[in-house]
Design a protein around this ligand. Structure first.
Ligand code: ATP
Ligand code: MG
Length: 343
């Protein structure tokens, strides 16, 4: 009877008998914690003091409690919150203890991600803020009557505040994107027109860095898309190719039609941005779309980057139900491919 009741629970549960042995482990417990636990003493099964203490109390005092338990199998660690209840059978006086495990790994990961996020944002804002307050002090003191120095400091202050502005607008973009991730864009946009228009704003930056942008585009490419978001994607990918590519050098931007994209399961447009720069080592590639992730933080920061660009690109591509792929060979260059459904 008790076996069937516990098996009906989705969460792992174990019943410990009067002698401290596991008498019942439900299906979920056998699956997630191992079949071998049945018949063994709880001390050898649980082994973590944080959990053993409350179980001992349940036996000796008849108390209930909650404890944390970390289960590792292979590479994966699962964090459980365990509820411990003492059950005393009427008349008999023997004490049993019921353990129910709740998987709290996701909630816990979310919490630490939020903490990291706040720490990152604060750090990214603190650096330019400290610089600006330093410049203000200098302008109030030593540089008060030195006109050329004043101009130089004001220039640097403008640069630092521009960086803070960019960071804040990137953060706002990200949170807006998270809010609308389930709403697909409906407006029909000509991708070729959007690309040509965006090139106008990107060319001056490319010229300054002696980078030539070569495009290979069809006559038109209609698809349902959010125009401003597509501009953000193109801008970040081309800016990255300019910043981290070869200077002087060439960046190639091309757009091709795919009759049937296997994952999208239909016709698609594939946008490719390719540079011939230093490339990215394979261990970094899958992490590039994490917020604030940069291969070389100092280099990126020196170029005005905050490491949010590809995180934004990834969100936008997801919202368009598309795919993002980064291919890179160290020493040869990088190609970023964005595939978007054409219908
Ligand atoms: N084409 C590329 N070649 C080499 N490394 C790249 C390339 N594109 C991106 N990276 C690496 O990926 C990191 C993350 O890129 P991302 O666009 O997210 O941030 P960023 O360019 O540093 O800053 P932001 O885009 O916010 O201005 C970069 O810091 C860089 O290390
Ligand atoms: Mg970028």
């Amino acid at each position: 009877m008790i076996e069937s009741v516990l098996d009906a629970l989705l969460e792992p549960a174990m019943l410990l008998d009067g002698s401290g042995r596991v008498s019942v482990a439900n299906l979920a417990a056998q699956e997630r914690l191992g079949v071998w636990v049945i018949g063994r003493s709880y001390v050898s099964v649980l082994r973590q003091p944080a959990l053993l203490g409350p179980v001992e109390d349940a036996y000796s005092e008849g108390t209930s409690g909650i404890a944390r338990f970390v289960h590792s199998s292979g590479q994966v660690e699962t964090l459980f919150e365990v509820s411990i209840s003492a059950l005393t059978e009427a008349g008999e006086g023997t004490r049993h203890v019921l353990l129910v495990f709740r998987d709290v790994s996701d909630a816990h990961a979310g919490e630490s991600m939020r903490r990291d996020f706040v720490a990152n944002v604060s750090h990214e804002l603190k650096t330019p803020l400290t610089a600006v307050s330093g410049f203000i002090e200098t302008l109030q003191g030593p540089a008060r009557n030195d006109a050329p120095a004043r101009d130089r400091f004001l220039g640097m202050m403008a640069q630092e505040t521009a960086r803070m502005n960019r960071l804040v607008s990137d953060l706002l973009s990200l949170s807006r994107l998270e809010g609308q991730s389930r709403r697909r864009p409906t407006e029909v946009v000509d991708l070729v027109g959007v690309i040509s228009e965006t090139m106008g704003t990107l060319r001056p930056g490319a010229d300054t860095n002696e980078v030539q942008i070569v495009t290979d585009l069809p006559d038109s490419a209609a698809m349902p898309a959010d125009r401003d978001q597509i501009i953000q994607v193109i801008t970040n990918l081309v800016e990255n190719a300019i910043k981290y590519g070869r200077q002087p050098g060439v960046v190639t931007l091309s757009l091709a039609h795919v009759a049937r994209e296997p994952v999208i399961k239909g016709p698609a447009w594939q946008l490719s941005v390719r540079d011939a720069g230093a490339g990215i080592a394979p261990e970094h590639i899958h992490r590039l779309t994490e917020r604030f992730y940069r291969v070389d933080t100092d280099r990126s920061r020196a170029k005005g980057g905050t490491g949010l660009g590809l995180a934004i690109v990834k969100h936008i591509v997801n919202r368009h139900r598309g795919r993002l792929r980064i291919e890179s060979v160290v020493g040869q260059g990088t190609e970023v491919l964005v595939t978007l459904p054409a219908a």
